[in-house]
Design a protein around this ligand. Structure first.
Ligand SMILES: [Zn+2]
Length: 304
């Protein structure tokens, strides 16, 4: 496959290359509209917006390793100023994310540079792989390490997957970009390959990462390496919530609790925390749910 960058990919996208001699993969992600759409659902202070951008980029980078139809989610939870940072990405490039924070604690600790170890002190990082056919879910949890999401994910891969990984991320001026270099399981034909790739990655500045399209950057870095370049794939904001999923969750509460809600409140309002979509159920809807004659949804259990 040619990686002649005459027609560079544009817009939000992901591109990956397999580097055969070193038995490694490299992935580049650029986000523009997705970042704007996620941040528009804020408001987020700059420190949180930056980390949310980093989380979106690293989640998209990691999604390229999905070997099934489904999604990958990243969750950072802590008892500190940044209590929750979440992003997920489907195998076909649907991305979303959100953050929860304590504005007062954030303002109190905002002196100096943004450091994840301070904003989410004592936090844990969880990565979940969920096949869409409801097959076996895989989850890895590690203590949070590193000053940003790139370092935190490098530590995750080292501890949880024993995969050597290098990640660089830049979030600036309303756009975000990232590059991931990861050793794949198994022997590499060239024992020095990994070190050589690392030295090549060291030559990429964050300015170059942000300003250069993925095909040009991957060509610049690896044109002397035996490689397989895959076509760029588009990424877009997508939230899979739906009225049917919310109904399935309500139905799972059971007849007694639904009757109680109907008698005490008469209606239910559910907001999707990712996309702010509102789902309202009035008395008639609730009565229908209690009679259990609303259409069945096979994929129940979560509104997301
Ligand atoms: Zn939603």
């Amino acid at each position: 496959m040619s990686d002649d960058p005459r027609e560079p990919p544009t817009g939000d996208h992901l591109q990956r290359v397999l580097l055969e001699a070193a038995n490694a993969r490299c992935v580049v992600v650029h986000l523009d509209r997705v970042l704007a759409e996620v941040l528009a659902r804020g408001p987020y202070p700059p420190a949180v917006a930056g980390l949310l951008g980093e989380a979106l980029v690293v989640t998209a980078l990691c999604s390229s390793g999905l070997k099934f139809e489904g999604r990958i989610s990243l969750q950072l939870r802590s008892g500190s100023a940044l209590s929750l940072l979440m992003a997920d990405c489907t195998d076909d490039g649907g991305l979303r994310g959100l953050a929860r924070f304590d504005a007062k604690a954030l303002a109190a600790g905002s002196a100096g540079s943004v450091d994840l170890r301070r904003l989410a002190a004592g936090g844990t990082l969880t990565m979940t792989l969920e096949p869409s056919d409801r097959g076996q879910t895989y989850q890895g949890i590690v203590p949070l390490l590193g000053s940003g999401m790139a370092e935190a994910m490098e530590a995750y891969f080292r501890q949880s997957e024993q995969l050597e990984t290098r990640i660089r991320v830049i979030v600036r001026d309303g756009a975000a970009a990232g590059i991931l270099l990861q050793k794949l399981p198994g022997e590499a034909p060239d024992p020095d390959g990994w070190n050589r790739l690392g030295r090549l990655l060291d030559t990429v500045s964050v300015d170059e990462l942000q300003a250069t399209d993925s095909a040009t950057l991957l060509h610049r870095l690896f044109h002397e390496e035996p490689r397989r370049l895959f076509p760029a794939r588009p990424l877009a904001f997508h939230c899979p919530c739906s009225r049917e999923r919310v109904m399935a969750v309500l139905r799972s509460l059971g007849e007694a609790e639904l009757t109680d809600i109907l008698e005490s409140r008469g209606e239910v309002d559910v907001d999707c925390q990712f996309c702010n979509e509102n789902y309202a159920f009035d008395r008639l809807d609730l009565e229908q749910l209690i009679r259990n004659d609303a259409p069945e949804v096979p994929d129940g259990g979560s509104i997301h």
